[in-house]
Ligand binder design. Structure first.
Ligand SMILES: [Zn+2]
Length: 74
């Protein structure tokens, strides 16, 4: 039981990237009020979800709706 394991068991695309890899781009999705806030106030609104997509294989690696992750994103 002393094997070296990844710190967290995150979903991976077929290339083996997790959402924490720099190649994987976050695509934040905002609610309508959040979108307006970003557009007109130039302020960061907390997205309602973030899709992480691998640009190499096009796979949606993970969709994050975790509040703490979203808060850190804005
Ligand atoms: Zn990939």
């Amino acid at each position: 039981m002393d094997e070296t394991k990844p710190v967290r068991d995150l979903p991976r695309c077929r290339c083996g990237f997790t959402r924490e890899h720099s190649i994987v781009h976050p695509e934040p999705h905002y609610s309508l009020p959040g979108t307006l806030l970003v557009l007109f106030a130039g302020r960061g609104a907390r997205p309602k979800s973030i899709d992480y997509r691998c640009p190499r294989c096009g796979t949606l690696v993970e969709t994050v709706t975790d509040r703490e992750v979203l808060q850190a994103f804005c």
